[in-house]
Design a protein around this ligand. Structure first.
Ligand code: DCP
Ligand code: MG
Ligand code: MG
Length: 348
């Protein structure tokens, strides 16, 4: 099995650099709050110039500005990044391999039994095509399993390409911290550290049963990975891109009060659908059709993946209130998107 993994470099920030070329090379970050409240939000990503100062995803923006007061800042514009992501995925799909999209900026391709030499050539070609057509930098990892291919990709960042085969996997894993394994979050790390395990080498020397007792089935998987065995597979997407509900109103509405109940109901419905599919969402949108048949859609990103219908409702309410213009509303819709597989993610 040969797997090619691709992940875009500093994706949201790189997308912003496309429309703000003057940000290039200067410390720059994309965050969840709007400019006026930027210190209250969270950093979603930063370019590599900002990473030099320790500024990274998930960090409170207030801390980022302490680390580098002149940090250039933009609020995340998820619709714009989704559009670029779609073009990226179309390029990747055009090669015809079985593909699994794992987030807005990354995917694994199953190259079957392709020799590494050819896989590396293909990886280079894909990188160049993305550079040429989207003007964005990316990194490619190649290995015999999706987890190791992603780790090779992480290790080759930015703008790199790295292949790790069966013969050099142990050398590659040696000395790496456990959190370099995809899926190890803060809680898994805590549990492993409680067992005295900080590196992949130590993980490989641990007792499997002890790992299972502490982390369940994930513990066994981790042990195998540390031994150079990657049992994961590329699973073709049957990906849900958005879940929505909409309703034509019997009587045109001009105030939020008149929309309240229906938005409440639709918020519950879309989040229940997401729950049933095991999906968490990070983006909430509304659609409004006015009586004059003009139509708008508005989206807002959350700072985190959510499963809460109340959050859908609150954001839909805000978006509605911002778009009540006195014109009668004849149709209203609620939509959630930017999904992550909650159950598959295995993050503990
Ligand atoms: N993202 C986010 N919140 C996080 C992590 C990521 O909103 N806590 C968003 C912003 C990122 C995008 O997802 O640009 C892709 O995430 P990656 O982990 O691939 O990070 P980047 O592409 O930004 O950087 P890298 O070059 O390390 O891949
Ligand atoms: Mg990325
Ligand atoms: Mg990514």
């Amino acid at each position: 099995m040969t797997i090619l993994y691709i992940d875009m470099d500093y994706f949201y920030a790189a997308c912003e650099e496309l429309r703000h070329p003057d940000y290039k090379g200067k410390p720059f970050a994309v965050g969840s709050a709007d400019e006026a409240n930027k210190l209250k939000g969270v950093i979603q990503t930063s370019n590599y110039a900002a990473r030099k100062y320790g500024i990274k995803s998930g960090m409170p923006a207030a801390m980022a500005f302490k680390l580098y007061p002149n940090l250039i800042y933009a609020k995340a514009d998820e619709d714009y990044y989704e559009g670029i992501s779609k073009k990226l995925m179309d390029i990747l799909k055009s090669y015809g391999f079985k593909m699994q999209q794992n987030s807005i900026d990354e995917a694994a391709l199953d190259l079957k039994e392709m020799p590494y030499e050819d896989a590396e050539k293909l990886g280079k070609e894909i990188k160049e095509r993305i550079e040429k057509e989207l003007m964005l930098p990316s990194t490619v990892g190649i290995s015999f399993g999706p987890v190791f291919a992603k780790m090779a990709c992480d290790a080759a960042k930015p703008d790199g390409l790295l292949a790790v085969d069966e013969r050099n996997i142990m050398e590659f894993l040696k000395g790496k911290p456990i959190e370099s394994i995809p899926g190890i979050g803060p809680r898994a790390r805590e549990r492993l550290e409680a067992l005295g395990i900080k590196t992949i080498d130590e993980l490989g020397k641990a007792n499997v049963q002890t790992l299972k007792d502490s982390l369940g089935i994930f513990g066994e998987e981790l042990y195998l990975l540390a031994e150079g065995v990657d049992r994961s597979k590329v699973e073709e997407d049957t990906k849900t891109l958005s879940i929505s509900r909409e309703k034509t109103l019997e009587k045109a509405a001009t105030s939020f009060d008149e929309l309240k109940d229906i938005i409440n109901e639709m918020s519950r419905q879309v989040s229940e659908d997401a729950k049933a599919k095991g999906l968490l969402f990070k983006s909430v949108g509304i659609k409004i059709r006015y009586e004059d048949f003009t139509q708008i859609t508005r989206n807002a990103g959350l700072s985190h993946y959510s499963s809460s219908w109340q959050e859908v409702y609150e954001i839909a309410e805000k978006l509605c209130n911002a778009n009540l213009s006195g014109k009668g509303i004849s149709k209203i819709g609620v939509r959630i998107s930017s999904f992550m597989e909650g159950s598959k993610q295995k993050r503990l």
